[in-house]
Design a protein around this ligand. Structure first.
Ligand SMILES: [Zn+2]
Length: 468
């Protein structure tokens, strides 16, 4: 049976890949810090018009699973961002200055523009300031019937952004830069610039450019309940590794209601012509419908049905994607084409070029979880390579697997980080989980999701609750 590696959101942070870990970084560290972009907001769009070449890059995204973390990243050396953000606009003030006491992010709470599904409350904060790598500690009151909280931080492609801290009213630390009882080693620091959140009881994905996300709870071992929760955002310059200075937009999606028995997920399909599939022929193409049926079957087992299904074409120029190692990369441009504010956007390309060899990557998700309900960001979807294994059953596997990431699932065990397993108790570790859909390689053979994985997926904000 042929197996190919799948990339999750898959970021191996190569910045610190020189042996001396942390210190590493490229030499232009100083330059990096100054030029923080001044405005919030626009960052997210970046990738759309493909204005690559802004300068930095620097961190490589290899896959959590794969080999070869070396390259990426270091090649491009920051040609110096200078130029673009010169004004150092971090001054803004705005956020309610009273230091100390946690408050909601300032900059003005604006009415939600998000079309949140039933049972999801969306709160948006515009222009949240991150200074010297961190925001203030903010507070949010969660309601009595809270089921999950999703945070989506939208910065720009010159920065890596994350949720660094999330703590409950009784001092329960779900996410922290220094999680209790956890040792952070050099390998962790090489793997991600934010190893603490990654090794927290509620894992936060390896940092990625432009968009940082958190779904809590994302495993049945932790709980999110009512009351005042505190949180903090963090960012660093993707080129230099220096602490970030920028304003970001934060969206908080609070899912409320009774324990979901079932979910309905909209699926927005985008075609480049890869595998001969287009918006016009895919609805009746036998192979494509086999792939879609397979995705449908994986999800049906855990009570998730596919809702509205849309078919769109995107330019053929996007038949070859990349791994999104640089600002303005093809991958980011593709994700940014998703204009739907529901469900998940799937993009079918021919191949994903990577340092690991042609055809070695089956798919890449825009996040774990992805930026649910927010269209047009450089992370708003998942990409599926149709040539990795052209068997439609294998393509259906990639569709289900990458969407699984987008909804908040990690690999059962990471290939590169031997001791890193998902935090879901009912998925076996290592090769014992090779029939799980979230095992990190693709197959046309048997695969399933566990009940625990379904528990997580049904908490995602883009799942419409239904009775099963
Ligand atoms: Zn994966």
């Amino acid at each position: 049976m042929k197996r190919y590696t799948l990339l999750a959101l898959a970021l191996l942070w190569a910045l610190g890949c020189d042996d001396d870990g942390g210190s590493a970084t490229v030499d232009d560290g100083g330059a990096g810090q100054g030029g923080a972009p001044s405005e919030a907001g626009q960052g997210g769009q970046a990738g759309v018009s493909g204005e690559a070449g802004q300068g930095e890059a620097g961190q490589g995204e290899a896959g959590q699973g794969e080999a070869g973390q070396g390259e990426a990243g270091q090649g491009e050396a920051g040609q110096g961002e200078a130029g673009q953000g010169g004004e150092a606009g971090q001054g803004e003030a705005g956020q309610g200055g009273e230091a100390g006491a946690p408050v909601g992010p300032g900059g003005g709470e604006v009415p939600p523009e998000i079309e949140a599904p039933e049972g999801v409350e969306a709160i948006e904060f515009i222009g949240v300031q991150i200074t010297n790598g961190q925001s203030e500690l903010f507070e949010i009151e969660l309601p009595e019937d809270v089921l999950s909280v999703t945070m989506i931080v939208l910065g720009d492609e010159r920065h890596m952004v994350t949720i660094e801290h999330f703590e409950g009213p009784d001092g329960q630390v779900l996410v922290s830069a220094n999680p209790p009882g956890v040792t952070i080693n050099d390998f962790d620091r090489m793997f991600t610039p934010f190893p603490g959140p990654f090794k927290s009881p509620n894992r936060v994905a390896v940092a990625s450019m432009a968009v940082g996300t958190m779904l809590a709870p994302n495993n049945p071992e932790v709980a999110v309940g009512p009351g005042p929760w505190t949180y903090r955002l963090a960012a660093l310059n993707a080129t230099s590794g220096a602490p970030g200075n920028l304003a970001v937009d934060l969206t908080v999606l609070i899912r409320r209601g009774p324990e979901p028995t079932g979910g309905l997920l909209d699926v927005h399909l985008h075609f480049t012509g890869a595998h001969g599939w287009t918006a016009a022929n895919a609805p009746t193409d036998e192979d494509f419908q086999v792939a879609l049926a397979r995705m449908r079957a994986f999800y049906a087992e855990i009570g998730v049905r596919l809702g509205e299904i849309t078919y769109d074409d995107i330019p053929e120029a996007f038949q070859t994607a990349d791994i999104g190692a640089e600002p303005g990369s093809v991958l980011h441009q593709i994700y940014a084409l998703n204009r739907y504010s529901s469900g998940v956007g799937l993009f079918f390309v021919e191949r994903i070029n990577s340092p690991f060899g042609a055809g070695s990557i089956g798919g890449i998700a825009g996040g774990t979880p992805g930026p649910s309900l927010i269209p047009n960001t450089p992370r708003s979807g998942v990409v599926i390579a149709t040539e990795a294994d052209p068997d439609p059953r294998a393509i259906g596997h990639i569709m289900g697997h990458e969407t699984g990431h987008f909804l908040g699932l990690y690999h059962t065990s990471e290939m590169m980080m031997q001791d890193t397993h998902d935090q879901i108790p009912d998925t076996p570790q290592g090769d014992a989980s090779n029939t799980n859909l979230m095992y990190p390689t693709v197959t046309a053979g048997d695969a399933h999701l566990s009940e625990g994985q379904g528990w997580v997926m049904k908490r995602n904000a883009n799942m419409i609750p239904v009775e099963e």
